[in-house]
Design a protein around this ligand. Structure first.
Ligand SMILES: NC(=O)c1ccc[n+]([C@@H]2O[C@H](COP(=O)([O-])OP(=O)(O)OC[C@H]3O[C@@H](n4cnc5c(N)ncnc54)[C@H](O)[C@@H]3O)[C@@H](O)[C@H]2O)c1
Length: 345
């Protein structure tokens, strides 16, 4: 029997990035405990993670601010670190309802941190986003670039960072890894888990996937006159399994040093909308019809990471290609309907 390297509490661990990270952590010798209120995920994901790993996972259906449940977890399970994924993540919804976003992403997070602190749990990895950077930051973006989110969602993510940075600078017991993800895409190779947005997808890859599977007629491309390779917007897409491995590497860095870090998790390579469409067509074998429309206010030409700091400190680097992302997304989306049918029987 192999001994566990430690037990990690994943908030929002049944969501898109949390579920993939849970698999990577367990495959690398950690135990995980998941807390998720299922506000943007489904219990069936738990069964699928267990199927991939042939292992039962400790799960609590609870909000992160539910003191009774969290007290119970911290009292009865020795937790070595927290990875905090739970949050609302739609820019569009955050514009329509900023208070909901501040309540969940900031206020509930503060309640959660207080509970962690009461139990002496002061090691936390935080899901942040490239959205925290100012639109004027030039690519490749380093972690020292100016911040300046342009929507409520981005502001809530930056608020979370500020809270954690203040805790680290004022109280020496806190140790924090702030991870700024660029554009997570793709799915686990098993095609048992992947991204499942409710309603209209906010991100490009799941939208393209919906068009490929025939759920939507076409893709709108907002602007073809940017100063980029083909005029369409350029972003840094990172495979969700590379991202999961970035969490593992950050966790081990925190466990083996006394340092706190803020890191970009991206590939350092930009891909245009048209390049992504073409690659998805190749991966799926289906045509993706698109309409060119006007630029969207607030959109910028190009945004991609400088991933050097993560490489230097963690020895981590994204390995998977855009084709890998498209292929795994396509496998997931095309098999998902089949799973949903069998699970409802
Ligand atoms: N997916 C992206 O494009 C992206 C990019 C940058 C940053 N992020 C950040 O990464 C994190 C994870 O993103 P994701 O794509 O996996 O999102 P997701 O919505 O798939 O997962 C978030 C999970 O948190 C849960 N949750 C929300 N509020 C909760 C609460 N109060 N208590 C308990 N559980 C709660 C949801 O049910 C969901 O399962 C988020 O913090 C998000 O802001 C995501």
């Amino acid at each position: 029997m192999t001994t566990s390297k430690g037990t990690i509490l994943l908030t929002g661990g049944l969501g898109y990035i949390g579920s993939h990270t849970a698999i990577t952590l367990i495959e690398n010798g950690y135990e995980v405990v998941i807390v998720d209120n299922l506000s943007n995920s489904s219990l069936s994901t738990l069964g699928r993670i267990e199927k991939i790993l042939s292992k039962k996972i400790t799960f609590f259906k609870s909000s992160i601010d539910d003191k009774k449940t969290l007290d119970n977890i911290f009292t009865n399970i020795e937790i070595d670190a927290v990875i905090h994924f739970s949050a609302f993540k739609s820019v569009t919804e955050s514009v329509q309802n900023p208070l909901e976003y501040y309540k969940n992403n900031v206020s509930n997070f503060i309640d959660f941190l207080k509970i962690c602190d009461e139990h002496g749990m002061n090691r936390i990895i935080y899901s942040s986003s490239a959205t925290v950077y100012s639109p004027n930051a030039s690519s490749p973006i380093t972690e020292d670039a100016a911040t300046g989110p342009v929507n409520p969602y981005g502001n809530t993510k930056l608020c979370g960072e500020m809270i954690l940075r203040d805790l680290c600078s004022e109280q020496s017991n806190w140790q924090v890894g702030i991870l700024r993800y660029f554009n997570p895409a793709g799915a686990h190779e098993s095609a048992l888990i992947g991204e499942s947005p409710r309603g209209t997808p906010n991100n490009l890859m799941p939208y393209i996937a919906d068009v490929a599977i025939g759920k939507r007629n076409h893709l709108n491309i907002y602007g073809d006159d940017y100063p980029t390779v083909d005029g369409t917007g350029v972003r840094d897409y990172i495979h969700v399994m590379d991202l999961a491995e970035g969490h593992l590497a950050t966790l081990e860095y925190l466990l083996h040093t006394k340092e706190s870090v803020t890191l970009n998790l991206g590939t350092g390579t930009g891909t245009s909308v048209l390049q992504l469409v073409k690659t998805y067509e190749n991966a799926s074998g289906y045509k993706i019809p698109y309409h060119m429309t006007d630029r969207r206010p607030g959109d910028i030409a190009a945004c991609y990471a400088d991933p050097e700091r993560a490489k230097r400190l963690l020895g981590w680097k994204a390995k998977r290609s855009i084709h890998d992302m498209c292929l795994s997304s396509w496998k997931w989306i095309s098999q998902k309907t089949e799973y949903q049918r069998s699970e409802s029987e």
